[in-house]
Design a protein around this ligand. Structure first.
Ligand code: GDP
Ligand code: MG
Length: 431
């Protein structure tokens, strides 16, 4: 086993004084990083000097920055363009659920309406009345919708983008905020095309046509090369939604990425892996803090309060990845399979089940050994974290795998496969 009980965290045996954190983060894609290189360098510097208080304060600041974040996303566009449906899809709320944004025929939102994310209350999606389509004058629009309060704007259209959309984008640009054009209902366009031209139908060609349609309007108005993301709120895992999230994450301030990543539905392998990356960085930071603070040799016991914390972490991961009881039940209902059947193909619900022949402490030690043997290289580089953090990493991996297993199960039941099961790395068609 790689655990060493007598060494201190700064005996200089490892090359990377942040215990591998630096190397781990360097290898992540930009949009998946939740800690800046500057922060890591500071941690490194303090560790090298043995300045434990310094390490602690840098990490505390970083964690506080991430925890206290508020994310406000504005969704605007003409009535009927699909704003409310998009908001519901992002929040994973069905159109008929109690808390859903009302969708459909006569919707007359004159006021902005906030919809909090169900799991992450610091993420709010704002349903805004369409610019130029409601009763107030364009010049009053920005003031009325409290323009300054949003992190970014999503401008939605179900047809080509019109003059109003472009004018709004120009104003947003003047205010130095980001905007993204989202073209909704592409499933509908494709279906229509396929029905009307069954022999010559070419999916990619139709998508490209939708993307290019009305582009000259943007050029005319000096909005060069606009990013237009094609989506269907009926199935966010398809079309450009994964690319849209990549782009949004890249543009967001680094401390806002963690909460946004977690809030996104686990609908592709790429999205699931990204959540894991984000949580891993958090575990690492907390472990580093606890490890750097330990002034005693790190002996290998798991104490009761650790067990409670571990149970809590596991539960949290299950919620984050949609592998908790409530999510499983709604998934089972949607796909008309017994919950038992879903429960049987995943591991996390059984991890801490009471086994008569051993105590929970013994079970956890076993998991710790499994983790160590699978991560020998990692431990050999000189990690001295408390066992609890290795176990958190282990649980995180198990829950990540569960989320992927469920995704596969759901899509194989629907007869769908392909891109949803690929890790990220989609090509941005706008670039
Ligand atoms: P809003 O007025 O902009 O909030 O638009 P809604 O979200 O109420 O959507 C108007 C109608 O379009 C509703 O009947 C939705 O079900 C439908 N709709 C919205 N987005 C999509 C989509 O991506 N695909 C399809 N097929 N229908 C959509
Ligand atoms: Mg609406």
């Amino acid at each position: 086993m790689g655990q060493r009980s007598s060494a201190t965290p700064h005996d200089g045996q490892h090359q990377d004084s942040s215990f591998g954190l630096n190397a781990y983060i360097k290898n992540l894609k930009i949009e998946n990083k939740i800690i800046s290189q500057e922060t890591i360098n500071l941690i490194d510097l303090h560790l090298t000097k043995g300045n434990i208080q310094g390490v602690n304060s840098v990490i505390n600041d970083a964690l506080k920055g991430i925890d206290n974040v508020q994310l406000n996303i504005a969704v605007t566009g003409e009535c009927g363009s699909g704003k409310s449906s998009f908001i519901n899809a992002l929040r994973e709320v069905g159109p008929e659920e109690e808390d859903a944004a009302p969708t459909g025929v006569v919707e007359t939102t004159m006021e902005r309406t906030p919809y909090k994310h169900q799991k992450f209350h610091n993420v709010t999606l704002w349903d805004l009345p369409g610019y130029g389509t409601c009763n107030f004058q364009p010049k009053d629009y920005l003031r009325k919708v409290k323009f300054g309060e949003y992190d970014f704007f999503i401008i939605v259209s179900a047809t080509r983008f019109k003059q109003n959309d472009i004018e709004l984008a120009q104003m947003i640009r003047i205010m130095k905020k980001n905007f993204y054009f989202v073209r909704t209902k592409v499933d509908f366009d494709l279906k229509n095309e396929q029905e009307s031209k069954p022999t010559t139908f070419d999916r990619e060609k139709v998508l490209q046509q939708i993307r290019n349609y009305g582009l000259h309007n943007f050029m005319k108005n000096e909005i060069n090369k606009p990013q237009i993301f094609l989506i269907s709120s009926k199935d966010l895992s398809d079309y450009d939604f994964p690319i849209l999230t990549d782009t949004l994450l890249k543009d967001l301030p680094i401390q806002k990425r963690h909460i946004f990543m977690l809030s996104l539905p686990s609908i592709t392998e790429g999205a699931i892996e990204r959540k894991r990356d984000s949580l891993k960085q958090m575990i690492w930071l907390k472990a580093l803090k606890a490890g750097a603070l330990a002034t005693f040799p790190l002996v290998g016991i798991i104490i009761d309060s650790d067990i409670d914390k571990l149970k809590e972490s596991l539960k949290q991961y299950q919620v984050f990845f949609g592998v908790d009881d409530a999510s499983l039940q709604s998934l089972a209902k949607d796909f008309q399979v017994p919950v038992k059947q879903l429960n049987a193909i995943i591991k996390s619900p059984h991890l801490l089940e009471n086994k008569k022949e051993e105590s929970i402490g013994e079970t956890l030690l076993k998991y710790f050994e499994i983790f160590c043997s699978a991560n020998g290289g990692l431990l050999a580089t000189g990690l001295y974290f408390r066992k609890m953090y290795y176990l958190q990493l282990y649980f995180l991996d198990i829950v990540t795998d569960d989320a992927k297993v469920l995704l596969k199960e759901v899509y194989s039941r629907n007869g769908l496969t392909s891109h949803r099961l690929e890790s990220s790395g989609c090509q941005n068609p706008n670039s």
